[in-house]
Design a protein around this ligand. Sequence first.
Ligand code: CP
Ligand code: NVA
Length: 307
Amino acid sequence: MTMRPKDFIAIRDRSAEDLLALLDEAVSIKADPGKYRRRLEGKSLALILEKPSLRTRVSFEVGIHQLGGYSLVLTPAEIKLGERESVRDVAKNLERMVDGIMIRTFRHEILLEMAEEASIPVINGLTDFCHPCQAMADYLTIREAKGRLEGIRVAYVGDGNNVAHSLIFGAVRFGVHLAVAHPPGYAPDAEVVRWAGENAAASGARVEIHEDPVAAVRDADVVYTDVWTSMGMEGEAERRKKAFRRYQVNDTLVSHARGDYVFMHCLPARRGEEVCDSVIDSPHSIVFRQAENRLHVQKAILLALMA
Ligand code: CP
Ligand code: NVA
């Protein structure tokens, strides 16, 4: 799973230096968006969305428009990727008409094939394996809230899913101390955890995997959770509700975090399942700032790949 520099596929494919440069660029864009308004003048971005989206769609559409370009959305109703037409043929058509592709799909291999076949930049807008634009926005938000990333203690409580994988990759690159707590049977991908173990030392990162949510949250600066049932897994929802019950982020659990902890969630949230209203609506919650930062960090990514 390697990323050619033309694409943005996974955080682990990029150096810490590259990723920090993107965060710094996002800070500049956020401070003075007007300065960037013609940087992608006339450039077009196709958004292939095979799953629902609010934040990813809106932030990419608005983001490219704010940079002087424009977007078009392609859903299964239009292209039926891999059914009406192969991934390769879609790539070969799009590369002649647009300047970049953002894709949200199921299997990560579909994204890799798109990136391999298309001569234009391909950006991962979420696969079953990872969600790198989300984690970039997350670490930008943590740095804003806590002033730094190195040594910051992040507790991720929940499913070892796409969001967890990207948080792990980012923790390793940014020197974060990440503790994941998951129910038995819902661990992050073993290969991802192994990779983290081999690479964490370079940045001073620590990645711990627990089954006890209290152990993960103890003294955390950041408490993060995600839905128990990700898009495409709806058939498992009832089984997951039972398996995850002890992993709800509620007042009891966050009482183990630092007094100045912040609560984060990639959203959408299933209130009353993975998080209670009293936590997500508390003054500790920075979930909407986190969502806004998708816009700024993705503009930095678009500029890095398409300008
Ligand atoms: N967090 C996130 O990617 O949201 P959407 O699924 O609404 O795009
Ligand atoms: N893990 C969630 C993230 C949504 C942004 C999902 O894949 O549905």
